[in-house]
Design a protein around this ligand. Structure first.
Ligand SMILES: C[S@@+](CC[C@H](N)C(=O)[O-])C[C@H]1O[C@@H](n2cnc3c(N)ncnc32)[C@H](O)[C@@H]1O
Length: 184
């Protein structure tokens, strides 16, 4: 009996230590990148879905996918395929657990600056301005001309603006989706 209690104790201690390590690593990553984890709100995702820009034929990459909630909601309604890239181990783990329930999307514990961006038909990103300049050049170099680049909350420099989805037309400071293609 006491052996079982000891085993349970070790398992719980292991889980707690791993969680603590993941949290500390996530905090370090956050301090280096200066891009905090904030979710795209559900009503914003609903507006994006309603626009009809994303269909089941699309492959969507979420660059900085956080806990995967955005892709989970998007895939559930549009039936697109998707991949999320997240650098913080803690948020990646939460996303990985979510994605395990679906065959249509997956999460990667990876810096999106080290992936190939020529494959997706849609690229989504919700990054604070600190994370955008480095991504900009990569997008210009790698995405295909027909790929939609969707930025939530922040505008991108040097791309062809196709459409704006304004979530609060009554409020100039309200959040928006900016939809771009690359300039060819
Ligand atoms: C504002 S959150 C957006 C989360 C999710 N995309 C959403 O819209 O709900 C930005 C996320 O990007 C991640 N991130 C920032 N730079 C990254 C990088 N170079 N590679 C992968 N993830 C990154 C952060 O850790 C954070 O979780």
């Amino acid at each position: 009996m006491s052996q079982i209690i000891l085993i349970i104790f070790y398992i719980l201690a292991g889980i707690l230590s791993l969680t603590a390590i993941a949290l500390i690593m996530s905090l370090i990553v956050l301090m280096i990148l200066r891009v905090p984890f904030v979710r795209t709100p559900k009503r914003a995702i609903a507006a994006l879905v309603k626009s009809g820009l994303i269909t089941e034929k699309d492959l969507v990459f979420d660059l900085g996918a956080g806990d995967g909630k955005f892709l989970h909601e998007l895939v559930k309604v549009t039936h697109c395929h998707a991949e999320g890239f997240e650098i913080s181990p803690f948020f990646w783990f939460l996303g990985e657990v979510r994605a395990a329930m679906s065959k249509r999307w997956k999460m990667h514990l990876q810096n999106f600056l080290h992936i190939d961006l020529s494959e997706p038909t849609v690229i989504f990103t919700f990054l604070a301005p600190a994370g955008l300049p480095t991504l900009n050049q990569k997008l210009k170099n790698e995405v295909r001309p027909e790929t939609l680049i969707i930025s939530y909350g922040f505008q991108l420099e040097g791309f062809n603006l196709q459409q704006v989805i304004d979530l609060r037309p009554d409020n100039p400071k309200g959040s928006k989706f900016y939809i771009y293609k690359k300039i060819v």
